[in-house]
Design a protein around this ligand. Structure first.
Ligand code: AMP
Ligand code: MG
Length: 334
């Protein structure tokens, strides 16, 4: 199959809508990462998504919608709090899990009786969803296990020959996947941290954070978010998360331990003798750069990547959650 890349313009949206209406799949830009989209109501289309990614069947997909009203088409008992959160954070990087109606096939929900919803903040993708008039199931457009793609070229690397079309919307502004929440009796539980932070949610409701966010699941633990149980986001090189109090001790550690095949992601690169890649001084920048730099490190032939641990506050919690999985829980504490 030839994989075409088209820029965001009305003609491309028409072409993409046609392909999606035929139960084929298309890579789409969002503000978080690129998504691999298909008709979320079609078991056939959804099976193609799982196949192209090599994604385990029990890892459910998020339905991307263009209007809050659509919740009533596909969810049972929409909580009042969901409407309040949608008003504040949609379109944006917040995914909410609700009971599903039967119209949503089990292939989409990974066999669960719940389904996840999000309204992405990308005008072209919203237009595409409207043109389709069905929700787009869209996991990140990478091969399962690799870092999520933040630009069309990275989608092409993973999906060439497997999908007919990539819509190129440029670099993703957040660079990390959405925050995933489930509703509790009196608030929400964060299953996966993202751009909508615990602090932002706490303005509106009680917030719990699932322990799988920062820790690995032990044998016998049940994954509330099935995606959290898999090794994830990892480049080919071995990644280590390095926890330390200050930039100087990180630089000292790296300078003692690097070789020609080491790449470093540091908050402050000046004193580091090893090759470094863009990361950030703020959590927002780290989120934006993490996946892009992990992919670049592989392109440069890295065998080992040292990443300075983020501060776990605000969006830093999301960076921490992705990084510790990319590192397969290998943490060096200085
Ligand atoms: P991705 O689309 O690749 O960013 O991953 C979607 C994430 O949302 C995964 O971690 C899934 O496990 C999680 N997710 C989607 N639907 C549900 C659901 N119904 N219940 C729990 N987690 C979900
Ligand atoms: Mg993913």
């Amino acid at each position: 199959m030839n994989t075409e890349i088209l820029r965001t313009e009305p003609k491309s949206i028409d072409i993409a809508a046609q392909i999606l209406k035929n139960d084929e799949i298309v890579a789409i830009p969002t503000e978080t990462v690129y998504g691999l989209a298909g008709n979320g109501l079609s078991a056939d289309a959804v099976k193609k998504i799982f196949k192209a990614k090599g994604r385990p069947n029990d890892n459910p997909l998020i339905l991307h919608i263009s209007s809050v009203d659509w919740l009533y088409r596909y969810a049972e008992n929409v909580p009042d709090l969901a409407l309040k959160l949608a008003e504040k954070f949609w379109p944006g990087p917040l995914t909410m899990i609700m009971s599903k109606k039967n119209i949503v096939p089990e292939e989409t929900s990974g066999g669960l009786d719940t389904v996840a919803f999000r309204m992405p903040n990308n005008q072209w993708t919203l237009k595409l969803i409207e043109a389709c008039d069905f929700p787009l199931a869209a996991p990140s457009a990478n091969l399962s296990g690799l870092p999520s793609p933040t630009r069309a070229g990275y989608v092409y690397n993973d999906m060439k020959g497997k999908i007919p079309l990539i819509i190129d919307g440029g670099q993703c502004s957040y660079g990390l996947e959405s925050t995933v929440i489930a509703f509790t009796e009196n608030g929400v539980k964060i299953l996966r941290p993202g751009g909508v932070t615990p602090e932002m949610l706490e303005q509106l409701c009680r917030v719990e954070i699932d322990k799988a966010v920062t820790e690995g699941l032990k044998d016998g633990d049940k994954a509330l978010s099935p995606g959290m149980k898999y090794k994830h986001y990892s480049p080919k090189a071995e990644v280590f998360m390095v926890k330390c109090d200050d930039n100087d001790s990180f630089a000292d550690f790296v300078n003692k331990n690097f070789d020609d095949y080491t790449i470093v992601l540091a908050k402050k690169a000046e004193n580091i003798k090893a090759k470094t890649l863009p990361y950030g001084r703020t959590a927002k920048q780290e989120a934006e750069k993490l996946f892009t730099s992990l992919r670049k490190a592989d392109e440069m032939g890295a065998k080992k990547i040292y990443v300075q641990a983020p501060n776990e506050e605000g969006i830093g919690l999301a960076v921490y959650n992705r990084l510790i999985r990319a590192a397969a829980f290998k943490v060096i504490e200085l």
